[in-house]
Design a binder for this molecule. Sequence first.
Ligand code: EPU
Length: 416
Amino acid sequence: MDKLLITGGKRLSGDIQISGAKNAALPILCAALLSADTLALSNVPHLQDVATMQKLLRQMGLHIHANGDVLELNGSGVNHPEAPYEMVKTMRASILVLGPLLARFGEAKVSLPGGCAIGSRPVDQHIKGLQAMGADIRIEGGYIHARAKKLKGTRIVTDMITVTGTENLLMAATLTDGETVLENAAREPEVTDLANLLVAMGAKIEGIGTDRLRITGVAALHGASHRVIADRIETGTFLCAVAAAGGDVVLENTRADLLDAVTDKLREAGAVITTGDNWVRVQMAGRPKAVSFRTTEYPGFPTDMQAQVMALNCIAEGTSRVTETIFENRYMHVQELNRLGASIEIDGHTAIVHGVLRLVGAPVMATDLRASASLVIAGLAAQGQTLVDRIYHLDRGYDRMEAKLSAVGADIQRIR
Ligand code: EPU
């Protein structure tokens, strides 16, 4: 199993190219199931999760041609509308095939995702929404068996804001009879990116970017070309790395306006952040100041940045309170950060972080994707060597993170 060996204390300086967004690419790949034509996608990130999704889609009969960050997907040969447990258990986002399969083929068999390191993460809202559209859904043998001759437009109010739930229902709604209104829809930029692609494919969607999406079903969708938006979480992760290690780095091919809640906190922590149309520059000198925050849905502070900013708080001046409101168990990094000398206590859904002057390197274990990123950030700021084990979590969602960090002066190497 690969590990990362980091020798901390190096200032970071230079440029980093930001990749396309994982959480936009995954639903967008599934949208290829909605049409018999070809989708041409660019800025597709090189990630384990994207590879897993391609494997799943190929198993269903989708034809995929990959060339660098460009993918061409053709849905004319899809003949096996099934997502097996072996795939879904390795990647929960596989659930995103459910809506498109049901809408286009009238049937789908998708394994129920099991438990997850960051919370229980049920998919009841995906199911409830599809049932409201007229689908007949049975849960049997660990699988969701869904059938519908033709989905029908309706009004759906989800019990909570769900990102992949909104995406699944949005994709299904494009091919229904009549009009669907999705209330309480997620407004994450990745949902907007998917909606823009669907419009390019011929879908009729109003209210894009708001919490009320109105979709008028059409008979069929056609091919389209689309560039996947920049990864705001990768961007935020590198901003935190520089804020923790110190330095001056320009992140390119990205958008700061999708990350205001995070850049505001990093400025409060003492980072100087300047932005342009497609770049963000971060300069940091001296010790960060502690910053408190609560995670919420977009445009609030993203849960996917909680662990990384917590790593910064570990070495900050002062005490911070970090409250996680989206997932019930997203504090697996806390014990590992404490192994590096951090002082964090958990009180219910809040972590109280007492900033310490320095962290000291140690072997640590990655538990999920963003927890892994926080350990890398802590390792860059720590004295001595940090060995991060189980970095397959990191490879699921970061495109060559160690290469990007080495290029700006970090001492980080992959040990195979
Ligand atoms: N929820 C339910 N029932 C549902 C759906 C969601 O109870 O049917 C709950 C969840 O358990 C959670 C909350 O609603 O407590 C929000 O979950 P959501 O459905 O929004 O999460 P998700 O769609 O499964 C996506 C991202 C996550 C990100 C969350 C929150 C993708 C592929 N995944 O997950 O990304 O943390 O939204 O923003 O888009 C990551 O990239 O590291 C990651 C975990």
